[in-house]
Write a protein that binds this ligand. Sequence first.
Ligand SMILES: NC(=O)c1ccc[n+]([C@@H]2O[C@H](COP(=O)([O-])OP(=O)(O)OC[C@H]3O[C@@H](n4cnc5c(N)ncnc54)[C@H](OP(=O)(O)O)[C@@H]3O)[C@@H](O)[C@H]2O)c1
Length: 295
Amino acid sequence: MTARIIDGKQVASAVHDEVAAGVAEFKKKHDAVPGLTVVLIGDDPASHSYVKGKERACEKVGIRTETIRHDSSITQKALIEIVEGLNADPQVNGILVQLPLPDHLDGDAVIHAIDPMKDVDGLHPENAGLLMLGQPRFAPATPLGVQRMLVEQNVDMKGAKVVIVGRSKLVGMPLTALLLQKGVGANSTVTVCHTGTKDIGAETRRADVLIAATGYPGTITTDMIKPGAVIIDVGVSRVDDATRKRGYRLTGDVDFEGASEVASAITPVPGGVGPMTISMLLVNVLHAAELAVSN
Ligand SMILES: NC(=O)c1ccc[n+]([C@@H]2O[C@H](COP(=O)([O-])OP(=O)(O)OC[C@H]3O[C@@H](n4cnc5c(N)ncnc54)[C@H](OP(=O)(O)O)[C@@H]3O)[C@@H](O)[C@H]2O)c1
């Protein structure tokens, strides 16, 4: 079997169009522009590149965006004050603190300081709790993007055996909550694997839908995949590659070549989940603006 490649850019582009139409409608109705403010601390090149991508995407769909940049000398108190200022600013609908923060800062405390109604990353405990209760307000963008891709691919998720490898607050946990709920693109039977799982292959070989989110290339080898499974590779790692101009290439958690021979469909890295993450952030910002005017 040769797997169908799931084109994340194509699905993302459709979502961008939907958001652009929603933003235009919002402007007409409320004479206001949805706004996202990103807080970027330090000089991590990957974070700077992600933030640039977010800025560009916002501009394309008509969302006002600003980035507050600060070097890593900032104190916890000063960072919380920035967040509190944004909480109080009615022009700001969405606040995103780019993670990871430098080591001396307490990321959880900063996230907890964000007004939950502006928490477009869906990481505030109030939003995480609502998601667990099946009443989502803001879910993190990557899990939302994975779910949207599966829906767009017409994967029948109802009753599907889903195995997620990775249990992070950003990906594995919220994705589990999303896929467990009753409703479209969900109602699945979900198993979550992690470093404490005894035999990961025994779990993954039962998966109709296998989602890898570990950040370690080679975590999912061909022998761990059930023939015909749908594979979603969330992982993104830099691997040295002297043949590339920049000296590295991006790779996922899954052995893409081997998996493509066994699976029925698979996301590439790059060009799979990544573009969806940005699109679903835009969806969350528009949703935050709509919630702000309805209150
Ligand atoms: N494409 C995108 O837009 C996007 C967005 C977000 C993240 N990502 C990528 O997705 C990956 C995961 O991100 P994250 O933030 O969720 O990472 P994370 O916080 O480091 O979590 C990784 C998870 O994977 C588990 N894990 C690690 N190695 C494993 C192994 N060999 N077998 C089983 N489980 C293993 C860990 O288990 P324990 O809990 O037991 O330690 C942990 O739960 C990274 O490559 C990240 O760059 C991509």
